[in-house]
Design a protein around this ligand. Structure first.
Ligand SMILES: NC(=O)c1ccc[n+]([C@@H]2O[C@H](COP(=O)([O-])OP(=O)(O)OC[C@H]3O[C@@H](n4cnc5c(N)ncnc54)[C@H](O)[C@@H]3O)[C@@H](O)[C@H]2O)c1
Ligand SMILES: [Zn+2]
Ligand SMILES: [Zn+2]
Length: 390
């Protein structure tokens, strides 16, 4: 089959690889109909996340048709149409029973490595490094889905791929980021990053009742999309974000702050970001926490920082004094996708929103390697790439 494989920094190829097979009686094989490139894939493309090996199949946002089911899988049938969450979960361990699916205690095949790096193992993830199990991803014609009797979301007839594909990752990610803020009716929520995840954070914060949402980015078409959703746009290339946020909140600061940027934050002319770039380049710091620092400084005391943006390792110069004395709460995590999918699917069915508004590029799998570059550079108005397979 054809699949997008990682061969090193900025080197993704559409290779011919062996078809996956059932390895465990609970598995299923899914023939992919649509898949997408996530901002998290860019961290792999840019070589910032450890644990990738040459030839690894990428992709953790995908859906398709079940074409083979293991003998112990009593939930899926051949012919079912499913969206597969990026977090692989067993459904039975202590964490899964609490709904903490992204920290499932069983599905990471490389637990020992993860424990060394993070103290504990987290869930297995599709197409996302050997630290999270080294599972082949879904930017491919076929995928083996382990524990396929737990997470895959069955899609009723009549819904297009584009309207449900993002249930597997970025839509629940935006929803969880907003839910972690426990939004009150008078809240002003600021969202850093107006990429696809940021867009769903904005949508979710508004649906969860925020009085106002402020969107921060510097890419004009992404800010325009945020404004269309109802957010107030701020361009960090043009204004000082701390000053602008103070103005927008009568000096109080946003009540809730969401980091939808993660470890590759850019900044214009700030001393801390120049420092981070140097330290990251010489491997003294793995991540660039400019957004985290900015959120700590501007957030209203007793507020919440919600961090869906991905971080991989160590960060430097975190203003712990401000964080502690202002009494801020930090909530973060890979998304517990299945916690939110039933509700979000119902909302899509009821027509409350159509998540396909973020899609800017529709291409084939073979065009995928080039689209990594386009998405990374935000060329050609690129916000979200969906690949049709087969
Ligand atoms: N927690 C999860 O489960 C989960 C799931 C999906 C994605 N993510 C993460 O969410 C983040 C965003 O993903 P995406 O697909 O939207 O990626 P993206 O790269 O398309 O978007 C990031 C946006 O942040 C903007 N940005 C950069 N520096 C900024 C700054 N200083 N202030 C404000 N904006 C800034 C960029 O211009 C870009 O538009 C990534 O870190 C990704 O790994 C997490
Ligand atoms: Zn993702
Ligand atoms: Zn589990």
């Amino acid at each position: 089959m054809k699949a997008l494989c990682w061969h090193g920094k900025h080197d993704i190829r559409c290779d011919t690889v062996p078809d996956p097979v059932i390895e465990h009686p609970r598995d299923a094989i899914v023939k992919v109909s649509s898949c997408a490139i996530c901002g998290s894939d860019l961290h792999l493309y840019n070589g910032f996340v450890p644990g990738m090996e040459k030839g690894d199949i990428l992709g953790h946002e995908f859906m398709g048709e079940v074409v083979e089911v293991g003998p112990e899988n009593r939930r899926l049938r051949v012919g079912d149409r499913v969206v597969v969450p990026f977090t692989i979960c067993c459904g039975e361990c202590d964490q899964c029973r609490r709904g903490n699916f992204s920290v499932c205690e069983r599905t990471n095949r490389n637990k020992a490595n993860a424990e060394k790096v993070f103290g504990h193992s987290t869930a297995g993830l599709f197409g996302y490094t050997h630290l999270t199990g080294g599972y082949a991803g879904g930017q491919a014609e076929y995928v083996r889905v382990p524990y396929a009797d737990v997470a895959p979301v069955k899609i009723p007839d009549g819904l297009s791929d584009e309207s449900v594909l993002f249930l597997g990752d970025i839509l629940p990610t935006g929803w969880q980021a907003a839910a972690q803020c426990e939004i009150q009716p008078e809240d002003i929520v600021a969202v850093w990053g107006a990429g696809p995840v940021g867009q769903f954070c904005i949508l979710s914060a508004l649906l969860q009742g925020a009085q106002r949402v402020i969107a921060i980015d510097r890419v004009p078409e992404r800010l325009a999309m945020a404004e269309e959703l109802g957010a107030t746009p701020l361009n960090f290339g043009q204004v000082s974000i701390p000053e602008a946020l103070n103005e927008q909140t009568r000096g109080k600061g946003p009540d809730k702050c969401i980091d939808a940027v993660g470890l590759e934050a850019h900044a214009t002319g700030s001393l801390d970001s120049a420092y981070d770039r140097v330290k990251q380049a010489v491997m003294l710091e793995s991540d660039r926490p400019h957004v985290l620092r900015e959120m700590i400084y501007v957030c209203r005391p007793a507020g919440v920082l919600s961090v869906p943006g991905v971080y991989g390792g160590l960060i430097d110069k975190v203003p712990m004094g401000a964080l502690m004395n202002k009494g801020l709460t930090v909530r973060t995590g890979q998304t517990h996708v299945n916690r939110w999918t039933d509700d979000l699917l119902r909302r899509i069915q009821r027509g409350e929103f159509d998540p396909s508004f973020v899609i800017s590029h529709r291409v084939t799998l073979e065009e995928g390697p080039g689209m990594y570059q386009t998405f990374r550079e935000k060329q050609d108005g690129c916000v979200k790439v969906v690949m049709r397979v087969g």
